[in-house]
Design a protein around this ligand. Sequence first.
Ligand code: PLP
Ligand code: ZN
Length: 425
Amino acid sequence: MSLLADVSASAATSTPFDLGPARALSCRECGHQVPLAAEFACPQCFGPLEVAYDFGDVTRASIEAGPRSIWRYRGLLPVPSDVRSHPNTEPGMTRLIRADRLGAALGLRNLWIKDDTGNPTHSFKDRVVAVALAAARQLGFTVLCCPSTGNLANAVAAAAARAGWDSVVLIPKSLEQAKVLTTAVYDGTLLAVDGNYDDVNRLATELAAEHEDWAFVNVNVRPYYAEGSKTLGYEVAEQLGWRLPEQIVVPVASGSQLTKVDKGFQEFGRLGLVEPTPYAVFGAQATGCSPVAKAYDEGHDWIQPVRPDTIARSLAIGNPADGPYVLDAVRRTGGAIGHVSDAEVVDGIRLLARTEGVFAETAGGVTVATTKKLIEAGKIDPDAETVLLITGDGLKTLDAVAGQVGPTATVPSTSAAVREALANR
Ligand SMILES: *Cc1c(COP(=O)(O)O)cnc(C)c1O
Ligand SMILES: [Zn+2]
């Protein structure tokens, strides 16, 4: 393998892959660079590799002229410029909505919700999978795979089906039934493993080493996958009218999403697409799996892995790969990380539904409830413009609200009974 000293023009022309503006993979720890390939760990220090770019001329106008999907940002992603000619699920450009009623309930004067339930398989994971698939195709893979806490399984199985690829998905067998069924329906290979996510992730890492043509989106092509989350940051900035919010609250599982939303804001500032105004990034976890929040509270810059026990299964990663970088981003921007109990998660889901008519999955409940807690703790400024990322759909985690909500009354089919029930409500 030839090693690059920096992102040079010769490296760019010698790369056999068309990955648009991507030029190399760069180690987050030591800065060492390797050519674009299906690599995820630095050969020198085992630090995580990240895509390094040489961005061309990307302007507000060129983005606005693009499709209403994440591919409007293809000039900022590790994908070929003709990415749209390959079948994919075209996620992105989900709605950014004013949340005045939720804001009033929380005491926030200027609140927005980025509603990523509107993606093809109803979570933000469609973004990362679309980018991973586009890169994996260029890198020569033919099978799309992942270990998953649920939403990634849905997104991988659906994107593979649409692309005509086989898929291999590994999940913990305790997953919500809705997430199992909404993956299985696409008819790929789905292995339910008797273990937790961290077990499943370890098994996937072994398989990735054994099967040359299997792209595990969040393992061997993770550097490309992770870049897909930048589009959440890009869209928030574009939809606010080409400016950055002052505060953003992001749920944390592996931590990849939070670090890439931050990266997206920084890139937009550096490219002159927005004023580089200050912003604070806040992280949200469920208490039953809160290793990053704990490290934040204790002032550590390393993460002590935990065994997850929470209804927020989509966030149940006990050994989060990007945990230390979440701590960096949150501390650098003046944010904070909070955590909430499962009961508070359900309250958060119900509060969001009642005030904004948006039904989020447990991760959304974590975000709303943690926001409330961080306001009460004086960490979130109630006067600053704030965006909450609602990353998944409540229809996939019905168990969380089952038994907590239901019909106001169940009545016989007579008008007298209906009137009585209405009078008693
Ligand atoms: C995976 C997931 C997250 C967190 O993603 P990371 O990048 O692993 O931190 C947040 N919300 C939902 C709904 C998810 O499925
Ligand atoms: Zn390194």
